[in-house]
Write a protein of this length. Structure first.
Length: 133
């Protein structure tokens, strides 16, 4: 065994539960907890000694989420309907989009969301405009 592998083997056991690929929900939750702690510690400091660990754990979490929680493709109308339902809003409570009639036409597929409406919705709900595409 070369020196690098020997050093890793010697120190791996305490780290393995935190750095191994998550296969179960419990593994995933442990990685998310570690990720949150690392975010609190590292913040935006790319020079922090733990910055690369933050990247690694983030990749492990993202891969698990993509495999287990991937959302199906949704139309812009379905996204808008979901946002209305999730935030318990009525069609008339979206002035960013237009009148209640305009919102209704969008939800029925008779009218499309335009760029201005998408940007306004993204800002209001703190989501990426990409969810509408």
């Amino acid at each position: 065994m070369n020196n690098t592998v020997h050093a890793i083997a010697k120190n791996w056991q305490p780290l393995a539960p935190l750095l191994s690929v998550p296969y179960t929900e419990e593994d995933y939750n442990n990685r998310v907890e570690l990720l949150n702690q690392l975010i609190d510690e590292v913040g935006e400091n790319e020079q922090h000694p733990l910055a690369s660990l933050l990247d690694t754990v983030g990749i492990l979490v993202a891969n698990y989420e993509q495999e287990h929680y991937a959302l199906p493709e949704a139309s812009p109308q379905e996204v808008l309907a979901y946002l209305l339902d999730e935030h318990q809003l009525t069609q008339s409570q979206l002035p960013e989009v237009g009148s209640q009639g305009v919102v209704s036409e969008i939800l029925r597929g008779k009218r499309q969301l335009n760029k201005r409406q998408i940007q306004a919705l993204a800002k209001r709900f703190n989501i990426s405009p990409e969810v509408f595409f």
